[in-house]
Ligand binder design. Sequence first.
Ligand code: SAM
Length: 217
Amino acid sequence: MIQEQDTYKDKGARRLLVKELREKGIIDEKVLEAIHKVPRHLFIHKDFRSHAYQDKAFPIGEGQTISQPYTVAYQTQLLHIEPNDKILEIGTGSGYQAAILIEMGAKLISIERQEKLFEKTRRLLYSLNYKGEFILGDGSKGYESAAPFNKIIVTAGAPKVPQNLIDQLKIGGTLIIPVGDNKVQTMHTIIKKVDGSLEDIELNQFRFVPLIGTQAW
Ligand code: SAM
């Protein structure tokens, strides 16, 4: 990345963001390290650049948003990423969450349904040297041809847990998904146990844009 794209000022702002996330309860040092490394200001429109390290969501076009850093850190912390985990992300959006996962050593496959966002974000991620597989399609069906996955993360609000995503999880795998109505969703951590049964843990509430597709809204 060329120097002017990521200045000392940006790096300083990231340090303050990390401090803020720590105060808000993010304790996984690997997640905080990734937040410290990934230049969020390059994933949003330049008009918002001076606000990039505020803990806020911003519009990214096509009626979509880049999630707020706390939400990204919260979901990532729940994934307990191990190097080389094969992870499916549903909702590539700006690519910021994808960059965090790749930075942490994940083998990432990320799906986006909006063609314009998909094209723009894929170009950006490659230009910043974040290597993953980026797919245009309906992620509510999962991604059968690369299944099973160690972890699946859904970054849009679902009305229910799509069965395909459960089916595409490895034994011992984890699915992180916000489930609820169009106003508020509860974060779920779903673990597929050795006997194939599911442990479903309900966590905090969030507000996401809707997951739209055949197994969604
Ligand atoms: N992870 C993103 C980021 O870091 O910017 C969050 C983006 S936004 C909160 C959620 C994204 O999910 C949107 O870009 C939206 O188009 C996408 N989306 C919604 N339904 C989808 C589906 N069925 N398959 C793939 N992407 C979907």
